[in-house]
Design a binder for this molecule. Structure first.
Ligand code: F58
Length: 844
């Protein structure tokens, strides 16, 4: 019996009153006994914690059963190794997945609390930069929902992604102290700690059988303490585990060093150990070559592999069949040090011979690539690496020797191929190429959208693809409909449930059933009302604070994502300024009213990205206040774009801007979230846009811009952005407006770097795509004027989004890569009975 059925049974008996009363009692109990508060002293945070603890307690037995099932022999476990998990707030999602939302809403209401206020209060764990971290979170949700035993392994950063404030139009970074209000979801598992070594040296010795072996004598050790967070599947018994490691010093700092008088030396060691999990590195130039970043990577990889091995050995004597029970997915190259670490554990600790260890390693690890940008490919300087992980460097050299022997055997005399495929980059400063390491040490490599995988096969990983045909797979990304529709868009959810039931929540292809309503006038009216009400919500709330009057009838044209030149937020601005110029030239010009919404963080040291944020805010200031515009154009920059803001932004959008230069965005996942919530896309043939367009139909997608092939050709032929400036009057008008200081209170210097980059560099071909973009936007406006047509297109977009559920992506991984099957959890441990339990063995 799954818990949704259990819920129904109780309800039949007492019409739900008993369970509601129990919930209310549990709130009061937790407030009193856990927070030590009464209603006289309780803060909103106390109430949040009391409600969260109540919900957590209701899945605890499922969590315990699921964790215990992991160590049983029968099931294969997927371990998702990721330096980032951008989980978003837990409470609402857990309520949805546990089927408790309505009951808890009623219980809180009856208890005099406002569930929305409580949900809103939750501080989200921002343990990720963007797409890659959020993808990991969607995949955990789907793994649990599909009842695949899985563990997400990562780092418990004390400070997550910085909070963004906007001050005078500029981004300001504020540290994210997400743990301060208390984290009711995690459980510290002190007994499962792991020791991780760093630095030191290696030595050889002969074992009892006279075999030569290597021993690593680390210079210092750090302890990893796991904190487990439950990840409940949707209405199933499976509650998987997100296990995040926190670093601590191995001993209390007041022992030896203190005794010899070196108090500060001892404290420093403690601080150094704790620093490892102190802060998430923002996706930034400054983390390049950072020793602490490598320490983070090795720390969580080593803890996680040790944890997997420990679990395996509970039921097995040896590790020969390790890969039959554990599949480890490397989320980008950040955990690629798993290749030499698993080899080290197998060879040095468990005394496997090299070939057997290599076989086990390669059958365990799988690698996902998330980028084609050459500058984003990880590489580590040899000296730095050796200093931190001397034994691993030796192992990497040995792995590389085997790789290069294989390359030479297959391609005799092809020296340049050997150079390209080598794990060691021999140019000036010698580097370890983590991509090559991950590719060689994994059983499978995958790209994250069809086009991206194709480019990996044909360009970035061409050599590996030729040498190991069939090793590179495609798994197009997906997002979870539980969070991205059921939780965040309750109005759309209600309408869909009324029309086609709720099977789509776990079988998103079912949305196809709404196609038949695409010409149903009443349904279309209801559809429009959903969007309109979602828009009214935000015009009433968030935007009001900024004093901008917003017309909910206007088109909400939204671009939310990390700020990066390749994503071309500045191309969006060129269009906005075009419309503005048209109004200035003729205030009566016919304009479809639009609200342009931007959101996203810039890496703290990314000069151009930060300047683009300032430009968005500066254009907003001028346009929003110009009387000629008469409110027809409004620009709004939502500060601190994160998962919580995503919940608001996707449901309210009419138009989704997916305008990266073709060939740059590996996949994108925001594009999917918008489309699922009824926004239409204006986009290039890039990443998953290509597949979204295929699914929804070319007639329901606003395509513009060069494709990847023409981009490539244009760059080869010699791209000259100034020519577009010279030949295109409107573009020249826009760039001249920028030059003039019009958006900078007359200061002609402030935006000169953006102007110069557009005119003389324009790496991402904004000028070349400008005209097509502006024309396409005019088509968007015309279509928007035809409400009936727009609504039809919107319905068809949602109807055809089935492919982009992360349930499909995870099923693809299960079949193509991990070879795992669902393993429903049998409940061996029930809730703690009222009379307590008898412990069958003495406590250790
Ligand atoms: C993103 N990468 C891709 N990296 O850009 C996006 O197209 C894709 O949809 C998504 O992965 C999921 O596959 C991404 O988010 C990072 O944030 C890195 C974090 C660590 C530093 C370097 C960037």
């Amino acid at each position: 019996m799954d818990h949704s059925e259990r819920g129904k049974k109780t309800k039949k008996k007492d019409n739900g009153n008993e369970s509601i009363n129990k919930l209310k009692r549990a709130f009061a109990y937790n407030l009193f006994y856990k927070q030590g508060k009464t209603i006289r002293s309780a803060t909103l945070n106390d109430y949040y914690l009391a409600v969260a603890q109540t919900v957590r307690d209701r899945m605890q037995h499922l969590f315990i059963n699921s964790i215990e099932a992991l160590s049983e022999k029968e099931s294969k476990v997927v371990c998702y190794l990721s330096a980032e998990f951008l989980m978003g707030p837990h409470l609402g999602n857990n309520l949805i997945n546990l089927g408790l939302y309505d009951d808890v809403a009623r219980a809180t209401r009856e208890a005099g609390l406002d569930l929305r206020e409580i949900l809103n209060h939750e501080e989200e764990p921002g343990l990720g930069n963007g797409g890659l971290g959020r993808l990991a979170a969607c995949y955990l949700d789907s793994l649990a929902t599909l009842q695949i035993p899985a563990i997400g392994y990562g780092l418990r950063y004390e400070f997550g992604m910085f909070d963004q404030e906007i001050e005078d139009g500029w981004q300001k970074e504020i540290s994210d102290r997400w743990l301060r209000p208390g984290n009711p979801w995690e459980i510290k598992k002190l007994d499962l700690n792991c020791e991780v070594g760093f630095g030191g040296h290696t030595e050889t010795y002969n074992d009892e059988n006279g075999r030569q072996r290597v021993r690593w004598i680390p210079g210092r050790a750090v302890i990893g303490i796991p904190y487990d967070t439950p990840v409940p599947g949707y209405k199933v018994n499976t509650v998987n585990c997100l296990r995040l490691w926190s670093s601590e010093a191995p001993k209390s700092f007041d022992f030896e060093d203190f005794n010899v008088g070196d108090y500060f030396g001892a404290v420093e060691e403690k601080i150094a150990a704790e620093n490892i999990t102190k802060v998430l590195y923002p996706n930034d130039e400054r983390f390049k070559g950072k020793r602490l970043r490598l320490a983070q990577q090795y720390f969580f990889v080593s803890c996680s592999l040790q944890d997997m091995i420990r679990t395996h050995l509970l039921n097995n004597d040896r590790l020969d069949n390790f890969y039959d029970y554990f599949q480890a997915q490397l989320n980008d190259t950040h955990p690629a040090v798993a290749v030499p670490e698993l080899m080290r554990l197998l060879v040095d600790l468990y005394h496997y011979d090299w070939d057997s260890a290599w076989d086990i390693t390669c059958k365990t690890l799988c690698y996902t690539n998330h980028t084609l940008l050459p500058e984003a490919m990880e590489k580590w300087q040899l000296d730095l690496f050796k200093n931190l992980l001397p034994r691993h460097l030796e192992i990497i050299f040995e792995i590389n020797y085997h790789l290069l022997e294989a390359v030479k055997a297959k391609y005799p005399g092809d020296d340049s191929r050997v150079e390209r495929m080598s794990i060691i980059d021999e140019s000036d400063n010698r580097y370890i190429r983590m991509v090559n390491l991950a590719c060689f040490g994994s059983k499978a490599i995958n790209g994250v959208a069809a086009m991206h995988t194709d480019l990996l096969r044909r360009h970035t990983l061409k050599d590996f693809n030729q040498m190991y045909p069939g090793k590179i797979h495609n798994v197009t990304n997906g997002v979870t409909p539980r969070r991205w529709i059921a939780l965040s868009n309750p109005r759309l959810t209600r309408l869909l449930k009324e029309a086609i039931g709720e099977n789509w929540i776990t079988h998103l292809d079912d949305l196809k059933k709404i196609e038949k309503f695409a010409d149903d006038a009443a349904f279309k009216e209801a559809w429009r009302k959903v969007k309109e009400d979602n828009k009214k919500d935000v015009t009433g709330q968030a935007f009001q604070k900024n004093g901008i009057g917003i017309d909910p009838e206007a088109m909400f044209d939204v671009q939310v994502k990390r700020i990066h030149e390749y994503k071309r937020q500045h191309l969006n601005l060129l269009h906005i300024i075009t419309l503005y110029n048209r109004i200035k030239a003729n205030p009566n010009t016919d304009i479809t009213p639009r609200v342009f919404v931007f959101g996203g963080k810039a890496a703290p040291s990314y000069f151009m990205a930060k300047r683009i944020i300032k430009l968005i805010n500066s254009v907003a200031e001028v346009v929003n206040n110009d009387p000629d515009v008469q409110g027809r154009l409004k620009i709004f920059f939502v500060p601190n774009y994160n998962v919580k803001i995503g919940h608001i932004v996707y449901p309210m959008a009419d138009l989704s801007e997916q305008i990266s230069l073709a060939g740059m965005e590996a996949s994108g996942t925001g594009n999917m979230k918008f489309s699922m919530n009824g926004a239409l896309t204006i986009g290039t043939l890039d990443g998953a846009n290509v597949e979204i367009r295929n699914e929804v139909g070319a007639e329901n997608f606003f395509l513009f811009g060069m494709d990847e092939k023409s981009v490539h050709e244009k760059k080869i032929a010699g791209y000259r952005p100034e020519e577009y400036y010279k030949n295109n009057d409107e573009l020249r008008g826009v760039i001249d407006r920028l030059k003039s200081g019009h958006f900078a209170h007359g200061d002609r210097e402030l935006f000169k770097p953006i102007v110069d980059s557009l005119l003389y560099d324009d790496r991402y071909l904004c000028c070349a795509d400008y005209q097509d973009y502006v024309e396409c936007q005019a088509r968007v406006s015309r279509t928007f004027e035809d409400k009936d047509l727009w609504t039809r297109m919107s319905i068809l977009n949602v109807a055809r989004m089935g492919k982009f559920s992360s349930d499909r992506s995870v099923s693809d991984y299960c079949q193509k890569i991990w070879n795992v099957k669902p393993f429903p959890v049998k409940l061996k441990w029930q809730r703690v009975p009222e009379g307590g339990i008898v412990f069958p063995r003495p406590i250790k």
